[in-house]
Ligand binder design. Sequence first.
Ligand code: COA
Length: 158
Amino acid sequence: MAKDIIEHDIQKTFFRNASELDIQNLLEIEEDSFTNSRLKKRQFLYLVKHGKCDFIICEYDKKVAGYAISQFRKNSTEARIYSIAIHSQYRKKGFGIALLKEICSCAVQRGCKSIRLEMDISNEAGKNFYKKMGFNENGKIFNYYGNNKDAVRFKKIL
Ligand SMILES: CC(C)(COP(=O)(O)OP(=O)(O)OC[C@H]1O[C@@H](n2cnc3c(N)ncnc32)[C@H](O)[C@@H]1OP(=O)(O)O)[C@@H](O)C(=O)NCCC(=O)NCCS
């Protein structure tokens, strides 16, 4: 667990599975965190109800501080981080790293040996974030988001 959370607020922080009751908070985090490719209400609902995924909420002081979603497939030992975001009000306090550790731990419990993701290549905070957690750059995907916006791939052996 990251240092800020340990030193001050561990008793106020916990992780749990997302439910339909979180959708409004999730939409607010999405609006706050991404300018395009935001997840919509129907996508969150589908993921909560039917998604083959771990969908984890990070709560701080009974408020939703962030979420992470990682997908898995039956015949694969590689999980994929679909999205992760911390509301700007709670950033730079270690919640992101704590949530990422949680989602990696879920993947390990499912028997996954590695975890991967794609993200906007221009997202410097995001790239630092994954590198800090031992993810390695693993290629680029040109025009992944359209309008000549490229993605970078990251991967970590669990
Ligand atoms: C990326 C994100 C999840 C990080 O969450 P966070 O709670 O602020 O992260 P942490 O406090 O745990 O920071 C961990 C590390 O990430 C990196 N990092 C986080 N924010 C950063 C920033 N604004 N600039 C540069 N590096 C940053 C740093 O290496 C940091 O370690 P440090 O504090 O020792 O420097 C958060 O900024 C966010 O939600 N961004 C919008 C959505 C997004 O980009 N998601 C990831 C791609 S899908």
